[in-house]
Design a binder for this molecule. Structure first.
Ligand code: GLU
Length: 453
């Protein structure tokens, strides 16, 4: 890859979200008056930026920045997680909120998109400090979240415990009403639903199973017997490794923020877990080859699961990806340049907005149950519903994908007529097909509702 191309790569996630949106527009059926509509569809409805003073354990006051972006409510209330991470900023949260809108539309849950984040390093914070940051953030958001308006959930470095604090804080501010549905991903004793913790990875496995069954990956027809490499050892990465292993795959590499472990014959996941619990990293698991954080992206495998952060597969390392298919557990792990390079090499990329939508799909089941005050459900039932929903969504995206490929000349002509100076249209990949599905659904909802007043 020429150095100049690498240097030119724009890694701003919100710009990347925009370029993915722009790539889909020429394929959206109803292009009438697309200029105003596309702005309305892309720009966030609301951006909240908060200053959060928190008393730390040693008595000093530390000021944190918190964000909540409500991207779009065309199809329902805002939905999306809250992450705690040192590099959180407005552009990242806006991009993640935008991806939530498309994600909910692709799997057809009646939510819009939202996301939140606090710029902080949870690894350096005590539990009590984390609780105070959470409570201050939620109380400062006030009625910018709510069971019918914008519903948070877990994301990077936030879990069921954080969701319990979110619920409790909101409940303290809204006494005498039932508010379990204000947040999902809660503990089971507090309105949570079995299967939510594993849902993102479980959904990813169902999508992958369906894609392979449908013959979309040359030379690979099943998970059983395949070699899987996973980058990221948080909720999505760890459970993806465990679930795919249970389905008969060999996990050849994993990595977390401190480094990773590889074994071409297959890792012993119990040993990896035991080492991770003790050392805080998978690096150094006995009997494995050491890797750095990005190591799993270059390991020879059949299935590559980037499940860490944005911008992990870039123009800098894409040529070293050695997999038959990439399935995105993280949000935005592949840059647009790397996306094109992979597709040009015949490596399909199953996009985040489909691949990791299992989390929000099960969040919807939890929310629905909380609103109706229903009794607890069984995990098997949750997974059966999730499987059906993910397979349906995958089939929907594949249908669009093949339609866009079969009719490329017509789309090219139409686009050329509308935009004579624009470069010719590239064939649509799976991300574009998923985006066309999502944008088309949101577009249609907005168009039918009309512009207020
Ligand atoms: N944070 C997760 C995601 O990126 C889950 C969102 C939710 O359940 O609302 O999809």
């Amino acid at each position: 890859m020429p150095k100049s191309d690498q240097a030119a790569e724009d890694l701003n996630p919100h710009h990347i979200a925009r370029s993915q949106f722009d790539a889909a527009l020429p394929f959206v059926e109803d292009l009438s008056d697309w200029r105003g509509m596309s702005e309305w569809l892309f720009d966030p409805e609301r951006v909240v930026k908060l200053t959060l003073p928190v008393v730390m354990d040693d008595g000093h006051v530390q000021v944190f920045r918190g964000y909540r972006v409500l991207h779009n409510t065309a199809r329902g209330p805002g939905k999306g997680g809250i992450r705690f991470y040192p590099t959180v900023d407005e552009d990242e949260v806006s991009a993640l909120a935008t991806w939530m809108t498309w994600k909910c539309a692709v799997v057809d849950v009646p939510f819009g998109g939202a996301k939140g984040g606090v710029e902080c390093d949870p690894l350096q914070m005590s539990i009590a400090e984390k609780r105070r940051v959470t409570r201050r953030f939620i109380s400062s958001l006030g009625d910018d979240i709510g069971p019918y308006t914008d519903i948070p959930a877990p994301d990077m470095n936030t879990d069921a415990q954080v969701m319990a604090w979110i619920y409790d804080t909101y409940q303290m501010m809204h006494r005498h009403t039932i508010n379990l549905a204000v947040v999902t991903g809660k503990p089971l004793d507090l309105g949570g639903i079995p299967g939510r913790t594993t849902a993102t990875a479980q959904g990813l496995a169902y999508v992958l199973e369906r894609i392979l069954e449908r013959g979309e990956v040359p030379g690979l027809s099943r998970i059983e017997g395949s070699r899987v490499s996973v980058q990221g050892y948080g909720n999505v990465g760890r459970y993806s490794a465990l679930i795919l292993h249970d389905m008969g795959a060999r996990i050849v590499a994993v990595a977390d923020i401190g480094g990773g472990a590889a074994n071409p014959d297959g890792l012993d996941l119990e040993e990896v877990d035991a080492h991770f619990r003790e050392a805080g990293t998978t690096l150094g698991t006995p009997g494995t080859q050491p890797l750095d954080v990005k190591g799993p992206l270059e390991v020879e495998c059949d299935i590559l699961v980037p499940a860490a952060l944005e911008n992990q597969i870039t123009l800098e390392n894409v040529d070293r990806v050695n997999a038959s298919v990439v399935i995105e557990g993280a949000n935005g792990p592949t840059t647009p340049g790397a996306d094109r390079a992979l597709v040009d090499r015949g490596i399909p990329v199953i996009p985040d907005i489909l691949a990791n939508a299992g989390g929000v799909a099960v969040s919807y089941f939890e929310w629905e149950r909380n609103l109706a005050n229903k009794l607890q459900v069984e995990e098997d039932e949750v997974n059966a519903r999730l499987r059906a929903q993910m397979r349906r969504a995958t089939d929907g995206v594949l249908e669009v994908y093949h339609r866009l490929q079969d009719h490329l000349p017509e789309y090219r002509d139409r686009w050329h007529e509308a935009m004579p100076d624009a470069p010719p249209l590239r064939a649509a990949d799976m991300r574009t097909a998923a985006m066309v599905t999502a944008v088309g659904r949101c577009w249609s909802a907005l168009a039918q509702r009309g512009v207020w007043p």
